[in-house]
Design a protein around this ligand. Structure first.
Ligand code: C5J
Length: 226
């Protein structure tokens, strides 16, 4: 059962208050296509090992959120098998032969239902948790996420996943404009580009928290009930 009390996470630029019953953990795109060899991330020329550092902090925060009875949302970036929801402007930017929909070692790249599209086993959703398929970078674009959050009375989001400057940052910006208070869990996010990861976190918390708050997983764990 979710607790109604207000908790406090030590964060930047200042403390982040939350009530677990009004807070969702949003785990962005921890999919085999991004984290494992042979997926979309590697097809674009990236070193996928850089993303795996975020897995243990994500696991710890996920366990704590489940124990606190918080709403948990897992997102997946990917497309319908006929690619009817994949904008040509997105598709054409992959290298030929390794584009969205092309055959890869884990099935068709970034296509729903394929092995590579699945969330990594270490962070597998439990039955009843929301798994949100999104065609874009932001989790609010062409999805029912806003409806799901408002139906549950959610006011704050703890956000983690990959990649920090792409789908995490886009989702936080979308959420911020919709009135949700967002805390990004710094070490539970990762990027193929460490400098982009650092800059993306700076952008969230700059100017008094222009998009939200940033804190390490240990600060989230210290605040949530054991
Ligand atoms: C990317 C994502 N980087 N989940 N997707 O293409 O950040």
């Amino acid at each position: 059962m979710a607790l109604a009390m207000s908790l406090r996470i030590e964060a930047e630029p200042n403390a982040f208050a939350l009530a677990p019953a009004e807070t969702a953990l949003v785990i962005i795109d921890m999919q085999r296509d991004f984290l494992e060899a042979g997926g979309f991330g590697e097809a674009l020329g990236n070193d996928v090992s850089l993303l795996n550092a975020a897995v243990p902090p994500c696991q710890a925060v996920l366990a704590a959120a489940r124990a606190a009875g918080m709403l948990v949302i897992h997102t997946r970036e990917g497309h319908r098998p006929d690619l009817s929801d994949c904008p040509p402007a997105k598709w054409e930017r992959g290298p030929p032969g390794k584009r969205i929909g092309d055959a890869g070692p884990m099935g068709r790249i970034l296509v729903r239902g394929e092995p590579g599209h699945e969330i990594i086993p270490a962070l597998a959703p439990l039955p009843g948790e929301v798994v949100l398929d999104k065609p874009g970078k932001g989790a609010f674009c062409a999805t029912d996420l806003d409806l799901i959050l408002r139906n549950r009375g959610i006011k704050a989001l703890l956000v983690c996943g990959v990649t920090t400057e792409v789908c995490v940052n886009t989702t936080v910006r979308e959420a911020n404009d919709r009135g949700f208070r967002c805390l990004v869990i710094a070490d539970a996010c990762a990027s193929y580009f460490p400098a982009f990861h650092a800059a993306a976190l700076e952008m969230v918390k700059a100017q008094g928290g222009i998009f939200g708050w940033v804190a390490p997983a240990r600060a989230v764990l210290a605040a949530l009930p054991p």
